[in-house]
Design a protein around this ligand. Sequence first.
Ligand code: 5GP
Length: 210
Amino acid sequence: MEGILFVMSGPSGAGKTTIVKGALKDLEDVEFSVSYTTRPRRVGELDGKDYFFVSKEEFELLKKNGEFLEWQEVHGNLYGTSKRYVRSKMKSGVNVLLDIDVKGAMNVKRQIKEAVYIFVAPPSFKDLKERLINRHTEEKGDLEKRIEDAKYELSMISKFDYLIVNHDVAQSVKQLESIIIAEQIKVSRRKEFVGKYKFYKHLSGKEESK
Ligand code: 5GP
């Protein structure tokens, strides 16, 4: 059976990355797709774990070679999802989780309809602004761009399957884990098991086959 693709999206500062990290710690059957970016590395970030940090030239080359499932310019930097990683993991039955911006998510949706689209929203716009300011990871211009971009991103919630409003990280992690677990046990995704019993109604009253 193919792995399921989970696409997490929402404005910068809503807490997506923290929620993703929390869920990945608890769940064994889902893997994180590490994106490529031209954004400078933040303190504490690891190359190959948080992102593959590349130059603009390297990014352009990857793009030219068709290595991206999707790519976007987000808040002035380039970000891209590895097509090779996502496709090969899914093919081998591994569930994959993406943490990407809303435009990127909509691009993936045009290609992979059966993926699961999850939006992470802040409790309020005021709250989002405060979180972005208080985390001190952006320069002023970049911060303002992220706040401005959040307006468009929040207007796109209706395009998603699930909404996590991040009041409390522990609760949000639980909600993401619930989505991941529930999606795996959907009847529509369990064709093999369902198929085994498809013709049992003809056997009712008779001895069941092995
Ligand atoms: P940050 O710079 O804060 O790590 O990420 C900025 C935004 O870029 C976030 O919304 C994050 O989800 C998004 N992002 C990260 N990787 C990718 C990617 O591969 N593609 C797209 N479209 N967005 C990404």
